[in-house]
Design a protein around this ligand. Structure first.
Ligand SMILES: *[C@@H]1O[C@H](CO)[C@@H](O)[C@H](O)[C@H]1NC(C)=O
Ligand SMILES: *[C@@H]1O[C@H](CO)[C@@H](O)[C@H](O)[C@H]1NC(C)=O
Ligand SMILES: *[C@@H]1O[C@H](CO)[C@@H](O)[C@H](O)[C@H]1NC(C)=O
Ligand SMILES: *[C@@H]1O[C@H](CO)[C@@H](O)[C@H](O)[C@H]1NC(C)=O
Ligand SMILES: *[C@@H]1O[C@H](CO)[C@@H](O)[C@H](O)[C@H]1NC(C)=O
Ligand SMILES: *[C@@H]1O[C@H](CO)[C@@H](O)[C@H](O)[C@H]1NC(C)=O
Ligand SMILES: *[C@@H]1O[C@H](CO)[C@@H](O)[C@H](O)[C@H]1NC(C)=O
Ligand SMILES: *[C@@H]1O[C@H](CO)[C@@H](O)[C@H](O)[C@H]1NC(C)=O
Ligand SMILES: *[C@@H]1O[C@H](CO)[C@@H](O)[C@H](O)[C@H]1NC(C)=O
Ligand SMILES: *[C@@H]1O[C@H](CO)[C@@H](O)[C@H](O)[C@H]1NC(C)=O
Length: 801
């Protein structure tokens, strides 16, 4: 993996691309006969190197063999025009042929598509009854969508069978995943067994088998659900808010009397996109073909971490998302089948190295012992709940039965496991975590040096003397502003407290019936307004807020009390029934997004950008660490950093997450365009801390550096994810090229390097690896040395091969 990274980093292509997991299958024939057709008919069967090709040449069907499979040949469909060969469908998944030259794919006398092996026996069949019109015949046609249809030759809408109804591990645009109510058959995806064996593996993607809900599940061995999409809300699946992704896709969930299914299309028919259930990671992965680099780019993976996949490391295998590769055997065990393990199939797991004393063939005379594994996700379903009043009693209960492999004692209950331990996860800090005592032969317990976790951290050099950054000049500014506010208040309304309570009609008047919209975000829309005396204001109409009057006022007055030069000032509010509005000072220079991304003539120079980065960090540090309630912003992005006329940044919309409270998750799903800034732990539903803001800040810092959106959809089939480019260049020490080209290299190189490294630290997957906001301020001010960060794991994962 390291090599892949380095190689990719060295490529001179402007857009860094991932070398995807591709089989590089050796095909019998890639340059097929010139007389290529798209049809198999009674007269034209397929054998040996022959292929059929769809009209536009997009897809090809023929025999292929995965390298290393020992000469197993399969009928498959793969992409026709691209240099990398990925089968998207396989016919005879479990019944390979060994000699394709004497095997034959043909239309049988009774109108089925059948595969005959060298002994002329049918090893695969479409197995449907067909009929043709007078003087017509049955044919099989490969379409440009990748769908193979068995149909009447003269009437193309008379379809008897199609490969889209029988997907293997790949879901192409236009194909359905769902359930046919008439035939009681489901379209589901099933992983390959391993990299080279297309026979069905343990993992499937399918719709709710009861048909009652619109959810999709990833299942292990058809029984254990390890990921769900959430309910379809008409627009997205609730657990997949990133489905709004930049308008590349059109998704549809259909439920009618015949079938219920989910399907998607791409807005650009030239895009090559596939969703694959990956046999190795167990994740659902989405790949997009990049013409300019001739490789597949991974752009989505669910579940986000491969340790979320049930039993991903097999029996006695232990998973850690902090490690690469993530699977290892527990102490005293070794990989059972190295060959399968290397091919990505870890279902066989690990086996005991030294036999237990109680096992008959064992020569050791010492008593078995236990290895303590703290902070682990306990295996599912303990075989026995033994009665024992103490840990020692529990241990004894396990020792007394030779088939007992581990126990755990939680203070009152004794759990004992027999046979394989499944779904172990390390460093698992959740409520079902515990300490597992693993039974081992005495000799295994003697050498007990523990693996040291690699700890990466920011290194502080020297004592850091931090000026209290919101004192001094800024304080004066605040006083001035207070005066200004007072004027507003005097003119607008008699003042009751520092924060003014406006009526709805007053704000309606000030905004001229909300006629000038400044922008919109997850919490509502913002309108420009004017108070008598030419005082500009911004009025935010909150949406999705159902708080009572009293609570709202309490929260707002807390927010109103927060004052910092880098935080936008709340001037007043309105709360009339369901109408909740907030009144802010108006920022004449708009948002950082306006300044960075809108190609006007004034390009922000580096010095200004750096000051904006520091100011924003200060504002956030204040919210996180200095103010009473430790406010998490939850929606840091360039749109929410406003600039005053001196381009001093002010963080807007802080505290709104708190204000919206319980409804926040609902509001969140409606946030458009913020997805790229949201930390992985949040998306995966874990409790959030101030570190989610640090993550978003890091993403934003990358955009400040490059002057571009991190994720650029460049039309056609070209994408670029800047943080990935940047982190990889950082590792090899080549950062200069990352600077916004419009700056023509004009940047303080020291500051620039600090910013690059910090941004990468901020987007580490593990929250604890991310710096605190105050550390970021220190680092940007040059008071904290920043070491080279590791490439975040979630980005590394994209390089998996
Ligand atoms: C196939 O070619 C036709 C005509 O050139 C074009 O309109 C169509 O979009 C192409 N379809 C695909 C899937 O590429
Ligand atoms: C074909 O269908 C018949 C009847 O539905 C079934 O018994 C048989 O197992 C099927 N054969 C294959 C190869 O699927
Ligand atoms: C049936 O097919 C034969 C041979 O292709 C052709 O000569 C004949 O005209 C066709 N008959 C009809 C009714 O289409
Ligand atoms: C083609 O098949 C469809 C579906 O069975 C049928 O509705 C249609 O009438 C047929 N068209 C012709 C020209 O036979
Ligand atoms: C599909 O429609 C049927 C009948 O209207 C309904 O009972 C069922 O709950 C629906 N399923 C989903 C997933 O919406
Ligand atoms: C999967 O489930 C089947 C029965 O439900 C069971 O026989 C089989 O052992 C399971 N496979 C694994 C790898 O546990
Ligand atoms: C056990 O000991 C006996 C005698 O010392 C020896 O012959 C045998 O190979 C040993 N077995 C194992 C499994 O070590
Ligand atoms: C050990 O435990 C297994 C599983 O609970 C049980 O079937 C077996 O009878 C036990 N053996 C002894 C000797 O208690
Ligand atoms: C220990 O496990 C038992 C059995 O599941 C449970 O009833 C009890 O609440 C647990 N005790 C603690 C402290 O978690
Ligand atoms: C889990 O929690 C413990 C104690 O609360 C802590 O020491 C440890 O660092 C945490 N581990 C992770 C991976 O967060």
């Amino acid at each position: 993996m390291a090599m892949a990274l380095a190689m990719a980093s060295c490529s001179s292509a402007t857009s860094f691309l991932l070398l995807s997991f591709s089989l590089s299958l050796s095909l019998l024939s890639f340059t097929s006969a010139a007389t290529s057709t798209d049809t198999i008919s009674a007269q034209h069967s397929l054998t040996g190197k022959q292929t059929i090709t769809s009209g536009n040449g997009t897809f090809v069907l023929g025999f292929f063999t995965p390298p290393g499979s020992g000469g197993n040949y399969y009928i498959g469909i793969w992409y026709g025009k691209i240099s990398v060969l990925n089968p998207v469908w396989v016919a005879n998944r479990v019944t390979p042929v060994t000699d394709p030259t004497t095997s034959e794919l043909k239309i049988s006398g009774d109108g089925k598509l059948v595969l005959l092996n060298q002994f002329k026996s049918i090893i695969w069949s479409t197995n449907v009854t067909t009929f043709s019109f007078y003087n017509s015949t049955i044919v099989a046609v490969i379409l440009d969508t990748g769908n193979l249809q068995l149909r009447d030759e003269s009437n193309s809408s008379l379809i008897f069978w199609q490969s889209f109804d029988h997907p293997t591990d790949t879901w192409l645009p236009g194909a359905k995943i769902g359930f046919n109510k008439l035939t009681s058959t489901a379209q589901r995806l099933t992983s390959w067994k391993n990299k080279i064996d297309p026979s069905p593996g343990l993992l499937t993607l399918q719709s709710d088998p009861t048909g009652a809900t619109s959810q999709y599940f990833l299942l292990w061995n058809s029984s254990k659900e390890y990921w769900t999409s959430g309910i379809w809300d008409g627009d997205i699946f609730t657990s997949v808010p990133e489905m709004r992704w930049r308008g590349v896709f059109n998704f549809a969930f259909i439920n009618n009397t015949e079938e219920t299914y989910f399907t998607y299309a791409t807005n650009n028919p030239n895009l090559k996109i596939r969703f694959v259930i990956d046999s190795e990671s167990g994740q659902m992965l989405s790949w997009m073909w990049m013409e300019n680099t001739q490789s597949w780019m991974l752009f989505w993976a669910m579940p986000r971490f491969s340790c979320s996949v049930y039993a991903s490391c097999g029996p006695f295998g232990s998973c850690s998302d902090m490690r690469s590769p993530s699977c290892s055997c527990v102490r005293g065990y070794s990989v059972r089948s190295q060959n399968e393990w290397d091919l990505g199939d870890r279902s066989a797991g690990c086996e005991r190295v030294t036999p237990l004393q109680c096992e008959q063939n064992a020569n050791n005379t010492e008593k078995d012992g236990f290895f303590e594994m703290p902070n682990i996700k306990l295996p599912d379903n303990p075989n026995t709940l033994a009665t024992a009043g103490s840990r020692e009693g529990c241990e004894l209960a396990c020792l007394n039965n030779c088939s007992c492999s581990a126990y755990s004692y939680n203070g009152s209950g004794c759990f004992v496991w027999h046979g394989g331990l499944l779904n172990l996860k390390e460093q698992y800090n959740q409520s079902d975590a515990g300490t597992l005592y693993l039974r081992l032969a005495a000799s295994e317990l003697k050498s007990s040096e523990r693996n040291k976790e690699r700890v990466v951290s920011l290194v502080i050099i020297g004592a850091v003397v931090l000026a209290i950054f919101f004192s001094g000049v800024p304080a004066i500014l605040i006083v001035v502003k207070k005066r200004e506010n007072k004027r507003i208040i005097d003119k607008a309304k008699a003042m009751q407290s520092r924060l003014v309570s406006f009526t709805y009609s007053e704000l309606q008047q000030a905004t001229r019936k909300f006629s000038t919209k400044l922008g919109g975000g997850g919490f509502g829309s913002v309108f420009k307004g004017l108070f008598p005396g030419s005082i500009d204001i911004a009025v935010k109409k909150l949406e999705g807020l159902y708080q009572g009057e009293k609570q709202f006022r309490a929260e707002v007055s807390t927010l109103g009390a927060i004052q910092h030069v880098n935080l936008i000032r709340l001037l007043g509010f309105c709360s009339q029934g369901t109408k909740k509005l907030l009144v802010y000072e108006f920022m004449p220079s708009g948002s950082l997004a306006d300044q960075l991304f809108h190609s006007n003539s004034n390009v922000l120079d580096w010095k200004t950008r750096y000051q904006i980065a520091i100011g924003t960090a200060r504002g956030l540090a204040y919210l996180h660490e200095q103010c009473r309630d430790n406010i998490i912003h939850c929606d840091i992005k360039p749109e929410n950093i406003l600039l005053d006329d001196a381009l001093v940044p002010k963080v807007a919309d802080f505290g709104l997450a708190k204000l919206v409270g319980r409804n926040f998750s609902k509001v969140l799903t409606t946030i458009r365009g913020s997805r790229g800034y949201i930390a992985p732990e949040w998306i995966s539903g874990m409790p959030i801390t101030t570190k989610v803001d640090v993550y978003s800040y890091g993403m934003m810092l990358f955009e400040i550096i490059s002057g571009k959106r991190n994720l650029m959809y460049k039309g056609e089939s070209s994408f670029e994810f800047f943080p990935l480019v940047a982190t990889n260049k950082l590792v090899i020490g080549d950062v200069k090229s990352l600077l916004d080209q419009r700056l023509e290299g004009k940047a303080n190189s020291e500051e620039f390097e600090i910013a690059c490294k910090l941004a990468c630290w901020c987007i580490q997957d593990d929250e604890s690896s991310r710096p605190k906001m105050s550390q970021i301020v220190q680092a940007l001010e040059g008071n904290l040395d920043v070491v080279i960060p590791p490439v975040p794991r979630s980005l590394q994962v994209l390089n998996k091969s």
